[in-house]
Ligand binder design. Structure first.
Ligand SMILES: [Mg+2]
Length: 235
């Protein structure tokens, strides 16, 4: 049995944070005239998202509800229905945007899938993530897709158990140290960190992943096969 390669979707295979940052900018434009001077709309929205995370989880639907909740909470007067309608429309629009692949993914993922078993492990709304996988045009280079609600050690253990994969044979590739690397090291797997456009502040690691010899960082997705080969020979 060779290595099994877990690969993250958002900001590892395709752009995601970029989409959120554009919509958040629109949110701030819409709300600015309605809130008291000095209101930090980004901080207020992040605060709402943080509080909602355990209830609503990750993804666009949670983000849309958090925008509406923040608007209603911080506005000095009732929020016009037209503003709320536009926030809802922005959220819906996010679901149907084309999937924009990151550099080198289209060429490199098939190279990886030719040699190792590839499991896409992504968190967020089930329907939206499935649609993004389908729209990405990458299905031919993915052996299995797992949409999970949280990326913690228990989740990874469950996914690997079901697939009959020993964590020692598992390498996770992703842009988030907190979600893709730290929990995988915790169950005895390995990690390849490919830094993305930015990491959402609620998805940042509060500590450096340990042990250091079981993960590495590469500058681009194009470097992942080389890093996997190195892991392949030290198994
Ligand atoms: Mg990601």
């Amino acid at each position: 049995v060779g290595l099994v390669v877990g690969i993250d979707g958002d900001d590892t295979l395709w752009h995601n944070e970029k989409v959120f940052s554009v919509v958040e900018e629109r949110f701030r434009e819409l709300l600015q005239p309605l809130v008291p001077a000095g209101t930090d709309l980004h901080a207020e929205l992040t605060e709402t998202e943080r509080a909602n995370l355990p209830i609503l989880g990750y993804g666009v639907k949670a983000f849309t509800l958090s925008m509406i909740e923040t608007a209603v909470r911080v506005a000095a007067s009732p929020v016009p229905a037209a503003v709320l309608a536009e926030l809802v429309a922005e959220g819906k629009r996010m679901h149907s945007l084309p999937v924009e692949l990151l550099t080198a993914v289209e060429v490199t993922l098939p190279v990886i899938a030719d040699r190792w078993r590839v499991v896409l492990i992504t968190k967020g709304d089930l329907l939206h993530q499935e649609a993004k996988v389908a729209r990405s045009g990458l299905l031919h280079a993915i052996h299995d897709v797992q949409v999970v609600s949280e990326k913690d050690p228990d989740t990874y253990r469950r996914v690997l158990d079901r697939a009959g994969v020993d964590p020692a044979d598992f390498v996770m590739v992703g842009d988030s140290l907190r979600s893709d690397i730290v929990p995988v090291l915790a169950i005895g797997g390995r990690g390849i960190h490919v830094p993305g456009f930015r990491v959402w502040e609620l998805d940042q690691a509060d500590r450096h992943p340990e042990p250091a010899e079981r993960w590495c960082q590469v500058p681009s997705f194009a470097d992942v096969p080389g890093a996997l080969e190195r892991f392949d020979c030290i198994r």
